[in-house]
Write a protein that binds this ligand. Sequence first.
Ligand code: SF4
Ligand code: SF4
Length: 290
Amino acid sequence: MLKKSKGLKSRLIELKKFDITDIKGSSSDKIKRIIPKVFKTVRKAIAGYKKELAELPKEIQTVPKEFWMEIEEKAAILGIDLIGYAPIDDKLMFEEDHIGGIEVLYQNAIVLGMEMDYDAIDTAPDPPAGVESMNIYAELGEATNKLTNFIRSKGYRAIACHPLGGPILYPAMAVKAGLGQIGTQGLLITKKFGPRQRLSLIAVNISPLPEKIEVKFEIEAYCQKCKRCALMCPVNAIYDEPIVNENGTVTRIDGENCIQYFYETTGCSVCIKECPFHKIGYKAMYYSRL
Ligand code: SF4
Ligand code: SF4
């Protein structure tokens, strides 16, 4: 019933390496308000996880179909823009969740996404883009905690996985949940927002999941022709050809190069800003190909 990592390694994000002292003007005031909220939402998620561990359920709980409608209504009220469902794939679970310390998950997942502001991301790699990334870590973190509490209030068991860090590879889980596909820059690309969203997840001890509606959405052909993110990455961190690892996962980014620049700019986001799925959207991309 409980899922554990099969040994997938994760990259440590060292929050103290984000240098916010260089951020000036209104972005400076905003980031000073946002960072404490990020930490607060992380702490709440950790506290909730510890409560779950204190008395683990013995068997999976069954929910009626209508329950999922309630969840989606509540998620929309909380400002969550994307929602999908998939069983937890333990091969995608990290050996270590550096931020939240989560080691076990229930067997099913609700995958969540929240849009980042278009104009803010369009300033990348300048501070408003990084500040918006942090803002959505805080907002989605809070919404994920609240939706988890809502599920618990209905008598079901749930573990909130914060958007910052996390115990599982969110983009790959989002693909399994039918929310989109992975682009050359390794990010989830959705029809609604392209790569311009942050992701989180709630692991739930409930079943059956709603039936998945298959949506035809192919981006590989676009990526093969485009490669714009790789060209525009300021530190050449995006591989031309992805590396397929022994465990079946795919590495698209030179993580060491990316993370240094990511720290320096408090969140970079150039490969989001430059992606045509962000610039003009999926529909326009689709018709431009005809
Ligand atoms: S976040 Fe920035 S540094 Fe990292 S891959 Fe994207 S463009 Fe390159
Ligand atoms: S910028 Fe181009 S190659 Fe990169 S993810 Fe977007 S569509 Fe694909």
